[in-house]
Ligand binder design. Structure first.
Ligand SMILES: [Zn+2]
Ligand SMILES: [Zn+2]
Length: 135
């Protein structure tokens, strides 16, 4: 093969062409192109790079084009980012829900861990604290 052909292989490989396409283009057999590429480590660079460069917005699923060398962008817009985090926080809060036993009626009830509730309802709280006194 001529240097020109070799350069063409490298360039086409870079653009993501298949062995057959390259073979047809420069007029050599597919096997020649294949073994030349293998020997010289000419992979389909661009298609792989393309795959890496496109993320899908974590909120709406729209494609997010990445800026090479910059921090990975996970969202297509600031709106999607804040919506996503609001939703995410709501999920985190839901997970921190625990089942407690009411200190007055001993019925189980669910509450956020951070709320620190001891009673299933306000009535139980009043009854337990002031029961009798205000009856
Ligand atoms: Zn989005
Ligand atoms: Zn209760």
């Amino acid at each position: 093969m001529t240097n020109e052909q070799k350069m063409k292989i490298a360039a086409m490989r870079d653009d993501g062409y298949s062995y057959v396409d390259i073979a047809n283009e420069i007029g050599v057999s597919e096997g020649t192109v294949k073994s030349y590429c293998r020997r010289n480590g000419l992979m389909r660079k661009r298609t792989n790079a393309e795959k890496q460069d496109i993320r899908h917005c974590l909120f709406c699923g729209k494609e997010v084009i990445q800026n090479p060398g910059r921090k990975e962008k996970k969202f297509c817009s600031d709106t999607c980012r804040s919506k996503y985090w609001n939703k995410h926080l709501a999920e985190v809060n839901r997970k921190s829900m625990r089942t407690y036993e009411c200190a007055y009626c001993h019925k189980p009830f669910k509450a956020y861990e951070s709320a620190g509730r001891k009673y299933c309802c306000h009535e139980c709280y009043i009854e337990d604290r002031f029961g009798g006194e205000y009856r």
